[in-house]
Design a protein around this ligand. Structure first.
Ligand SMILES: Cc1cc2nc3c(=O)[nH]c(=O)nc-3n(C[C@H](O)[C@H](O)[C@H](O)COP(=O)(O)OP(=O)(O)OC[C@H]3O[C@@H](n4cnc5c(N)ncnc54)[C@H](O)[C@@H]3O)c2cc1C
Length: 540
């Protein structure tokens, strides 16, 4: 291993919608480094299908979007955060449009207007989308813009390992991160006056997930190791409908299909959703995911069916081109066949605790996007609110950090270079692969859609043993991306189990058979782990 130390004003870890939109706001007077662990476009953002929610039509209102978000959040949303996001949303959408994002339009006589989609939990059509590949289009526009910026250095195939933190207690400050360059296998010390975690979610902690491989919760684990409070990790939202096919890796069938009339059916063709909720297919996603999980577990089905054959074939091909095409690749024509689907881990509502400016409990360290727990989603995310949250909080981080850096003459302190000690290159890669699968299976079986105390206790014991093994391995061998991700996944698993074990009730996306009711007297609060609540910037 060799060593390198470089400094910038901003270090942004992650190149999804949060990281890229933040980078674009920073003026050319400041040096920005973006590190991203795969190629630039690879992120959850790029896979977003349904769209981005915002009050856009004159029939809609902020009050309605706020209300829908609060209802989905099941009593745990922080109302000030919800109001801020909803009110600032339209301006952020206008910025995306100004950057060249092409949202889908529909013709209204001579005029064309943005085509607003409807999704479960929304009272109005307010989802701006680019057909059914919204994330890909937004990321395309953001990357094109970021690549024009002379002050932004992009380091692909670079993995953030740990944060550089100085001082103790209230005097701590974050000054960048150790980063592994996967191509040269060197660990670099990337110092920065402001560090922003934009590392996204952690779907890979579960066996079935809609998330791409990069979603291993690295930012949450890094912040946790640095002593930042982490909250609400029990609220992992399961997407009700991922394509069920042996060769289809994590392909999501958008909720917009249910918004456009698709019906969920048992394999024998019987619809079932109205037996679970009066809103049937338009019930919030956790209700739908649990209904499907119950149908599968009670009846031994390997999957259920999503049937949209009632809509016209031409319309379906136009409205859902990517989904139609992908299904066809697996021999399923959605205009003539029902689609086999299963639930899968999709979105993490919890994460690194931040305040209304995206600031963590450690000065100079921020978090934005799915990695952060802003208080917006509460116990459950309203569909298509996450892309909006990421752009709104990227702006808020920018404003706060800009004020911090104005007149700040501090230079970055010097940090010791990464010390591999006596570590050697591993010839036991199988241990990493095996343990990785063990964690994902354990989390799926014991900490999945429906939980029990007994299963959580088993999971906790299992993860503790796995973590011990990982610790031994970590210090013996030189770090690789797989090993770093494995360590982070185990930490995220531990945090989910700890939060889920604390919450003795069912609420939003956390459901336990032992406490099926919601307990507002005891549990209308966040589950904070990893630091004392005194250190936590959000207190309610
Ligand atoms: C299939 C799918 C469909 C979705 N559909 C919608 C939708 O329609 N509407 C909606 O609002 N939301 C949707 N979501 C959720 C939404 O896409 C995400 O919440 C959002 O994109 C998160 O953006 P982000 O910038 O926080 O993180 P991401 O887009 O996930 O980006 C994280 C970045 O961090 C990088 N990274 C991670 N760890 C490290 C590390 N250690 N070092 C360096 N880089 C690192 C990753 O490589 C990636 O570049 C969907 C998600 C999925 C998976």
């Amino acid at each position: 291993m060799g060593y390198l130390m470089t400094a910038s004003d901003y270090l942004i870890i992650g190149s999804g919608i949060a990281g890229l939109s933040l980078a674009l706001k920073i003026s050319d007077n400041y040096a920005v480094t973006i590190v991203t662990k795969d190629r630039l476009p690879e992120s959850n953002s790029a896979y977003a299908q349904g769209g981005i929610a915002s009050v856009w039509s004159p029939d809609d209102s902020f009050t309605s979007h706020i209300q829908d978000t609060l209802v989905a959040g099941a009593g745990l949303c922080h109302p000030d955060v919800v109001e801020t996001m909803v009110r600032e949303g339209p301006d952020r959408i206008r910025e995306l449009i100004a950057l060249g994002t092409n949202f889908s339009r529909r013709s209204e006589g001579e005029e064309t207007e943005y085509d607003l989609g409807l999704e479960g939990g929304h009272s109005y059509r307010r989802i701006l989308h680019a057909a059914d590949a919204t994330g890909q289009e937004i990321i395309r526009a953001l990357i094109a813009a970021v690549q024009q910026r002379p002050n932004v250095t992009i380091l692909e195939k670079h993995v953030g390992i740990d944060l550089l933190v100085t001082g103790h207690a209230a005097r701590r400050e974050c000054w960048g991160a150790y980063v592994l360059d996967q191509e040269t296998n060197t660990v670099k010390t990337l110092a920065a006056r402001v560090t922003v975690l934009c590392t996204g979610g952690a779907g890979m902690v579960y066996l079935y997930t809609s998330n791409p491989d990069v979603a291993t919760g690295d930012g949450i684990a890094m912040a946790y190791r640095a002593g930042v409070p982490i909250a609400n990790m029990e609220f992992f939202q399961f997407h009700p409908t991922c394509l069920f096919h042996p060769q289809a890796k994590s392909f999501l069938i958008s909720e917009a299909l249910r918004g456009e009339g698709a019906i969920l059916k048992r394999p024998d063709g019987q619809p079932f959703m109205s037996q679970y909720d009066p809103r049937a297919e338009l019930a919030p996603r956790d209700v739908v995911a649990r209904a499907i999980d119950t149908e599968m577990k009670q009846n031994g089905f390997s999957h259920v069916l999503l049937d949209i054959r009632r809509r016209e074939a031409d319309y379906l091909r136009r409205r859902f081109p990517a989904i139609s095409q992908r299904c066809l690749e697996f021999g399923i024509d959605l205009t003539t066949d029902p689609i086999p689907v299963v639930p899968a881990a999709h979105y993490l509502c919890g994460g690194v605790v931040v305040d209304l400016h995206g600031a963590t409990s450690i000065p100079r360290l921020y978090a934005a996007g799915e990695v952060a727990m802003t208080g917006l989603h509460g116990a459950n995310r309203l569909a298509s609110n996450s892309l909006l949250e990421a752009v709104v909080f990227a702006q808020r981080v920018f404003l706060h950090a800009q004020a911090l850096l104005k007149g700040d003459t501090s230079g970055c302190p010097t940090f010791p270079t990464w010390n591999p000690s006596h570590a050697v290159r591993s010839n036991e890669r199988v241990v990493v692969t095996h343990t990785w699968e063990e964690i994902r299976r354990l989390m799926w079986d014991y900490v999945g859609v429906l939980r029990t105390d007994r299963r959580l206790a088993s999971a906790r014991r299992g993860i503790a043993l796995i973590q011990k093994e990982i610790r031994d391995y970590y210090w013996k061998f030189l770090v690789t991306t797989d090993l770093l991700e494995l360590r982070n996944l185990a930490t995220v698993a531990e945090l989910i189990i700890r939060c889920a074990s604390q919450r003795k009730e069912s609420r939003g996306s956390h459901a336990t058979a032992d406490y099926p009711d919601t307990d507002d007297t005891e549990w209308r609060r966040d589950t904070v782990v990893g630091a004392t609540v005194r250190d936590c910037p959000i207190r309610r």
